[in-house]
Design a protein around this ligand. Sequence first.
Ligand code: 13P
Length: 252
Amino acid sequence: MKKLIIANWKMNPSTLREARRMFLALKAGVKSNKSEVVVCPPFVYLAAATEVFKSGKIRLGAQDCFWAENGPYTGEVSASMLKSIGVKYVILGHSEKRAMGENSETVGKKIKAVLKSNLTPVVCVGETAEQKQKGDAFAALEEQAETIFGGLSGQQIKNIVMAYEPVWAISTAANSRSCPPDEALTAILFLRKLLAKTAGPKAGQTLPVLYGGSVDESNADDYLRNEAVSGLLAGGVSLNVKKFLKISQSKV
Ligand code: 13P
């Protein structure tokens, strides 16, 4: 299976001009990669990205969407709108959105809307530092996953990508507090067990489960090396095109 390497640009870069420069550099660098490369820029740059990426190997993703298709929802963007401009993946349930009020129920509604538009949701789960300290990490993962899966059929679950993003390991690359690869693996295997329980043993084995949290060019291979880790959701490092390309060309 090809590894899935997703760039989450978050609220960066500051100008369309810079975003276009990055799209072009990425396109030039992603040719016959062993991995599938997805770039998730802010909404406002998506249309420009579709122009650059319409030929080539890079797939486009969004960082969120709303659950309704259209209507009086000021500031929101629907899955069908994203589909209409060529987006393929939608990140949902990111901890930075959860910190702003998103919860597993709303994530569940958004997943359904994304699946209805035939897009692939990239569903993030992960424990906070406090939950980890209290020894509640697995309970937190289970609670998030079960609330999300609870509203979905086994068939729907088979079309999602999961991402384990321990909240305490996000944006910590600068002070070296990334998640040790064996801990990431243990959590991913736990998520695979939960997937197997709800969608069958095959789904538990084969559904993509990614790791995200302070991935950089020096630790990426350590996460990717294990077969159970289907790929990476990269934040900060993805803003450095050279480093992100290096990760996407990993040989492990
Ligand atoms: P960092 O790689 O910057 O820690 O961000 C991870 C993340 O949140 C990706 O979605």
